[in-house]
Design a protein around this ligand. Structure first.
Ligand SMILES: O=C(O)c1ccccc1NCC(=O)[C@H](O)[C@H](O)COP(=O)(O)O
Length: 219
């Protein structure tokens, strides 16, 4: 599903662990902030810590809780801490695993060569969006991009382009894929879980530049 022509590309910045970075991401113009509740990630925060950070968010900036093969109890604990969160399932979760929670969610798809995204999308019709990431060991957050030409033009769900984005390549990504949103972690960091305010600002500015170029092309 392509975004409505002229609508701004939404921006998710993921893997926040510090108050200073939450505030800088909001100031840069992020529409959503991701908190990684996957304990094996170097960016992991506890549900309680995600709650502390998410309480800093102003209206209309969405907290996203990211899980990898979490138990129902872990998901419930995350939602108890961040009741307004959008969920993101980034592991091997089945449609039943995702739908059972009864909350809006993003389903990550790991874009290996030959991956049938349209079939995958048909399995998750209730997903609020599909987050397209590189196919890597460790599930995600790798800083690695994938071949955007693997993305069909007629994906039925809102597409969140992810995987190895940064201020230098995100314009091309938005212009090529025309996603509903983009997602970034490594490309705006000085170290895992430590964001760089300047890179976050430049990333958001680049997305706005891409939107402006698209709008110009439509006039
Ligand atoms: O961020 C992580 O550490 C992570 C670990 C395991 C699974 C998913 C993870 N992140 C998910 C995200 O939504 C990332 O933003 C996405 O994978 C893109 O990361 P990057 O390529 O570093 O921009």
């Amino acid at each position: 599903m392509r975004p409505i022509p002229g609508s701004p590309t939404r921006i998710k910045i993921c893997g926040l662990t510090r108050e200073v970075d939450v505030d800088a991401a909001v100031a840069a113009g992020a529409d959503a902030l991701g908190f990684v509740l996957y304990p094996r990630s170097a960016r992991a925060v506890t549900a309680e810590r995600a709650g502390e950070l998410a309480r800093r968010l102003p209206p209309f900036v969405t907290p996203v809780l990211l899980f990898v093969n979490a138990t129902d109890e872990e998901v419930a604990r995350g939602l108890a801490a961040v009741p307004q969160a959008l969920l993101q399932f980034h592991g091997d979760e089945t449609p039943g695993d995702c739908d059972r929670v009864g909350r809006p969610y993003l389903r990550a798809a790991r874009m290996a060569p030959g991956f049938d995204l349209l079939n995958f999308a048909s399995l998750y019709p209730r997903a609020s969006g599909l987050l397209l990431d590189a196919h890597v060991d460790g599930y995600g957050g790798s800083g690695k991009a994938f071949d955007w030409s693997l993305i069909p033009a007629n994906v039925p769900s809102p597409v969140v382009l992810s995987g190895g984005l940064n201020p230098a390549n995100v314009i091309d990504g938005v212009m090529h894929v025309r996603p509903w949103a983009v997602d970034v972690s490594t490309g705006v960091e000085e170290a895992k879980g430590i964001k760089d305010a300047g890179l976050m600002r430049r990333f958001c500015e680049a997305v706005r530049e891409a939107d402006a170029r698209i709008a110009d092309a439509l006039t």
